[in-house]
Design a protein around this ligand. Structure first.
Ligand code: CUA
Length: 314
């Protein structure tokens, strides 16, 4: 599966997991029921406007029947049915499920995996990779304001609240790319706070996680070596970690394997050396208000080397 050949889907109308299917089913039944009642009320109105008197049903019967009995019966039935149907939604618990930590920040997503081989935490950004066909517990929090994670094809929304962890289960029936979006207004770049859930065949996922747990690969040519030096000269490590090069800061996305991601800047730009260079040179032109400062004093060749270095960190 390659990113370029699959269109990321962000749609409640195309559920791709068990919870999303239940939500879609509930929505369609409620929508269908509301449409039927609307049509019936409109039909009654037309009949009422066209009737020329004659034998009328007394008004109090209409009020009691259509105004009280009908809504009470219909709404009670829907309440019972939707409660019964919602009971099938996945429990929001990490017990028995794989667990991934997601921290929403202004305006990107930090994603942390537990590497079973080393026991270490492995950080990534703006992409949640999951094995297809099994439930994955997402532990959601925030470090600044309230955001909300919403991947419509996989489940409903869940808020991320500073100081607490909210759980959300994501399960994709089959491998694919499912687009998500911050669904709670969180400031200037709320609209550019997207992410992708990439569901992979379980064996592919395990291979990917094992690679992700490795430190960044060492430069294998002069240009890449120059790029790595530029990363340190420009003091990128004050916000970004590249494991094996400079570790510690979690202010910005972990870049250890940034070259393997589909997008940069939380779904804003396709990820390649051109967009990386443009983003480093002037992020404020692309995403005003983003926490990343521009590398104003960087010359063209160094910028190119830095972008090439980041691109090959796969
Ligand atoms: Cu984060 Cu809206």
């Amino acid at each position: 599966m390659t990113a370029a050949t699959t269109t990321p889907l962000q749609s409640v109308l195309h559920p791709a997991g068990p919870d999303a299917a239940i939500i879609a089913h509930l929505s369609w039944v409620l929508f269908g029921g509301a449409a039927l009642i609307f049509v019936a009320v409109m039909a009654l109105m037309v009949i009422g406007l066209r009737s020329k008197g004659g034998r009328q049903v007394p008004a109090r019967w209409w009020i009691a029947g259509a105004g009280i009995v009908f809504p009470v019966v219909v709404l009670s039935a829907l309440l019972v049915w939707s409660t019964w149907r919602s009971a099938d939604l996945s429990p929001q618990t990490s017990r028995g499920a794989m667990s991934i930590g997601v921290t929403a920040k202004m305006w990107w997503w930090e994603v942390r995996y537990h590497d079973p081989a080393s026991g270490r935490e492995v950080a990534s950004a703006n992409e949640i990779r999951i094995p297809a066909g099994r439930p994955v517990y997402i532990g959601l929090t925030s470090t600044d304001v309230i955001h909300s994670l919403w991947v419509p094809a996989l489940n409903g929304k869940m808020d991320t609240v500073p100081g607490r962890v909210n759980g959300l289960t994501l399960q994709a029936d089959k491998p694919g790319i499912y687009r998500g979006q911050c669904a709670e207004y969180c400031g200037e770049q709320h609209a550019r706070m997207a992410l992708h859930v990439i569901a992979m065949a379980p064996a592919d996922f395990e291979r990917w996680l094992a690679n992700e747990a490795q430190p960044a690969k060492a430069p294998d040519n002069a240009l890449v070596e120059r790029g790595r030096a530029a990363f340190l000269e420009q003091r990128c490590q004050s916000c970004h970690t590249i494991r094996g090069v400079a570790e510690g800061s979690r202010l910005g996305p972990d870049l250890t394997h940034v070259g393997g991601r589909m997008h940069i800047a939380a779904g804003t730009l396709r990820n390649h050396r051109g967009s990386l260079a443009g983003w480093i040179a002037d992020p404020q032109a692309i995403k005003p208000g983003a926490r990343m400062p521009a590398a104003l004093d960087i010359d063209g060749e160094t910028l190119r080397a830095l972008a090439v270095y980041l691109e090959q960190l796969k």
